[in-house]
Design a protein around this ligand. Structure first.
Ligand SMILES: [Mn+2]
Length: 415
């Protein structure tokens, strides 16, 4: 027994030393010395060591072996390679031959825009921040989904990353129009033929887009494009603010150009006919109104929104919130927009207009996952402003997890 453990120790120590030194410095005579030593004890190193491509314990791969240095390989570390959302394949989505567009079911699209904010800017870096938060997600990683065996990146849907839309920081009208045109281009791609089977009720005939904001104004451009494809949609709006403000009350008293901003975009989405006349919901509201009575009247009666307050979750629980939201939107096509400031600042400090008293990350994710069964035709996560996040990246990780849940709602089969 003693002999076995001693020889094993010698074997391990010499083999390790020789593998390490060989790999690091190419010192071959260390290997031959080790072999001689082990031969004296009638123990041989694997004679195929140099030629072997397997990954046996002490082996160093052959010099031209590349599988383990491919960042897209299943075993690559999470911090390797170029960052896309959840390591999705980056795909050319815009300036391409109309007859030769790649087909996909869901696209991730970045909207780096923050020039329509009322308080702290910085959400133009939201898309790249959210991608940073998604580095441990993907096809080869155990899914974050709480549903055992379900991984939205490795299911029926082809999911791609379109990258960020160039949006000018100098003219909001042009910037939002750029995003709208980019959305149109993405919607013009076809979904792979198998996805149009009539017996699968909620698979879309056009790709669905999850947009990474960007301040909340970007949702206006997304809704314009989505409503062109699907008709008016019901919006489920996770936010601490109502964002239906009449431009007379917020920003529009300066110029007509300033009327459309991250607090008024839902007013305009309603006015332009992108939304169903009713069947829209705010969730997580807690910020004060600007005009005590008029804001609420405008929100409910003019823009067609019903409200689930942030503190309702304490009174009716997440199940109660889920039921209420499902009741409000019914069978309508749904667009889900998540302003990360719906979370409490403890869970999402990296945002522009933080309001205390919000949801926990767990509550938000449970509510989102509970919306399973709705016909979600588009979605976004906005107002992620990494400059105010912690070193621990809690906001961008929460935002990435929200995207993961939104994708899950689009991909998970209805049974
Ligand atoms: Mn908002």
């Amino acid at each position: 027994m003693k002999f076995v453990s001693t020889t094993f120790s010698i074997y391990a120590a010499t083999a390790f030393a020789h593998s390490f030194l060989d790999a690091a410095f190419g010192i071959d005579d260390v290997a031959s010395q080790a072999n001689r030593l082990l031969q004296q004890q009638n123990i041989m190193l694997n004679p195929l060591r140099k030629e072997s491509n397997d990954d046996e314990f002490f082996n160093i791969p052959a010099d031209d072996y590349v599988k383990d240095i491919d960042p897209n390989s299943p075993n690559a570390p999470h911090f390797a390679g170029i960052v896309t959302f959840a390591k999705l394949p980056q795909t050319e989505c815009f300036n391409i031959d109309p007859n030769n567009r790649p087909e996909f079911d869901v696209a991730i699209l970045g909207a780096p825009f923050d020039t329509a904010t009322t308080y702290r800017p910085g959400a133009r870096f939201g898309p790249s921040g959210i991608r940073e938060g998604a580095r441990r997600m993907g096809k080869y990683d155990s899914s974050s989904s709480i549903i055992p065996g379900f991984n939205p990146y490795d299911d029926w849907a082809k999911v791609v990353e379109c990258g960020d839309v160039p949006m000018t920081p100098f003219d909001n009208r042009i910037a939002l129009n750029q995003l709208y045109r980019a959305h149109r281009q993405v919607h013009n791609h076809s979904v792979p033929a198998k996805e149009t089977e009539p017996d699968v009720p909620y698979k879309s005939s056009a790709p669905r887009i999850i947009t990474l904001g960007g301040d909340h104004t970007i949702t206006f451009a997304a809704l314009r494009s989505v409503s062109e494809v699907h008709g008016p949609v019901s919006v489920i709006h996770f936010d601490s603010h109502i964002d239906t403000w009449d431009p007379k009350a917020l920003g529009g008293n300066i110029s007509s150009y300033s009327e459309l901003n991250h607090g008024t975009f839902l007013h305009f989405a309603h006015e332009k006919g992108y939304l169903n006349v009713d069947g829209n919901a705010h969730v997580g509201i807690r910020a004060p109104f600007i005009r005590k009575k008029l804001d609420k009247e405008h929100d409910e009666h003019d823009c067609g929104f019903k409200t689930v307050m942030a503190r309702d979750v304490d009174l009716i629980g997440v199940r109660g919130v889920i039921n209420k939201l499902k009741e409000i939107v019914g069978d309508n096509k749904v667009y889900i927009t998540v302003d990360i400031d719906v979370l409490d600042p403890a869970y999402a400090p990296g945002t522009g207009t933080a309001e205390p008293g919000g949801f926990t990350t767990r509550e938000l994710l449970t509510i989102l996952d509970g919306l399973h069964g709705l016909n979600v035709v588009g979605a976004d996560v906005v107002e992620v402003s990494p400059a105010y996040d912690t070193n621990g990246q809690i906001t961008v990780m929460a935002a990435a997890q929200v995207v993961d849940s939104l994708l899950g709602l689009m991909v998970l089969e209805l049974n």
